[in-house]
Design a protein around this ligand. Sequence first.
Ligand SMILES: Cc1cc2nc3c(=O)[nH]c(=O)nc-3n(C[C@H](O)[C@H](O)[C@H](O)COP(=O)(O)OP(=O)(O)OC[C@H]3O[C@@H](n4cnc5c(N)ncnc54)[C@H](O)[C@@H]3O)c2cc1C
Length: 467
Amino acid sequence: MAALSSTAETARREMSDFKGDLIGPEDSGYDDARAVYNGMIDRRPAVLVRAQDADDVAAAVRFAAAHGLPLAIRGGGHNGGGLGTVDDGLVIDLSELKGVEVDPEARTVRVAGGSTWGEVDTATNKHGLATPSGIISTTGVGGLTLGGGLGHLTRKAGLSIDNLLAAEMVLASGERVSVSADENPDLYWAIRGGGGNFGVVTEFTFRLHDVDTVIAGPTFWTLEDGADVLSVYRDFITGAPRELNGFFLYGSVPPGDPFPEELHLRQVSGVVWCYVGGEDEAAKAMAPLLDNVPEPLLHGVQPMPHPALQSAFDGVYPKGDQWYWRADFVKEIPDEAVEVHQRFGAEMPTWKSTMHMYPIDGAAQDPDSSDTAWSYRDANWGSVFAGVDPDPANVDLIRKWAVDYQEALHPYSAGGAYVNMMMDEGQERVRASYRDNYDRLARIKREYDPDNLFRVNQNIEPAGNGS
Ligand SMILES: Cc1cc2nc3c(=O)[nH]c(=O)nc-3n(C[C@H](O)[C@H](O)[C@H](O)COP(=O)(O)OP(=O)(O)OC[C@H]3O[C@@H](n4cnc5c(N)ncnc54)[C@H](O)[C@@H]3O)c2cc1C
């Protein structure tokens, strides 16, 4: 048998009640276990532990604290910057902490902390219900929710955090607490946007909405039509009914079904739609845009179960591609910004690279900026510039495009960015993203995690520790 690393050995000895696997560098499954979604991330933890329940999580948190080990929490492993893993530290891998329990009468769903959105959407759809999630089904509920959570239902039902009713957490002390509007309300405020800074969430409870079959799919225009479409889209979407969601994009038509072969890999501009309601109302809601822009190359909108929409891009973006992305919140898109978009949209470096502008108006603007940690309730879009390619040789190419694109548009942005779509931009950017909420977050952090044990994230430093 291979010799174990000393940290893994110590962990096995000291955490003798731990129910899941503990995996060190000498174990055969180590390379698989340490791989995260972004193929660009290559970190070597001292030990990965696969928690089976909240007691396992608490034991691992206590062990990391006692040994001064850097600690990373992994939900779905999708984080762009690889914040679900860490060099020379301990990774609490929640991927075996599964479970989705729908209560159709109460219209709520309880979700174990390591679940993915595909698991949640499939279970809730059986009851004709859904809660706002993201656009890829393999993304973790944990990371996506704690950072905010935007997707196809944002305009109708708000961010994921706006539907988070309660959570079960393990704090830096190893203590387990319940969190809701009535219990530990300061933590309840902080985890709705504050990321994994405050503890490990072992269970989420979300509110559910009547969402079953949606009228959804993409409309693609030529790349050259992008500026015209964006100019109409910017005014159209903010005035559209909340039942309609549509994010603008530059990208390429995927090379496979259901797209016609002559369009495969063609670079395009587009909108990906999701309408909650009937086909006729959907057509009526989209008409003010479609009637005022050039004829599309493809209008692929049709009825589909909500989980089908939510997994529609899964095949394009499997685990292991190289990703480099940047992001910004946006309030307005002046003509000069449209020009910049069109210039970089026409220079996409690889077919998987893309720019999305996700609307975050409608129901996402119902709360005030100070109601949850997510502070940009006055922004209309979260934009993301994602350089993506399977080939590691193209890393510099995709990084340069994403960075140049975001930097050219940043002067037209609202200042901060969605923390879940940032990578390695540093502390100032984190502060800018929480704006006036940062100081309150830092005080709550000091109370619950004064030593900043949970720092492998877009970090909120405990007040007094240099903030
Ligand atoms: C292909 C792709 C598509 C995406 N689409 C969307 C989208 O549509 N909408 C959207 O809002 N975002 C989207 N994102 C961004 C996504 O929200 C972030 O990458 C998020 O960090 C992923 O969560 P995860 O649990 O999979 O990540 P991980 O890498 O596992 O975790 C990231 C961080 O989240 C924290 N964390 C995770 N789980 C827990 C937990 N249970 N308790 C405490 N902390 C935890 C930790 O701090 C960790 O550092 C997408 C990302 C990718 C790669």
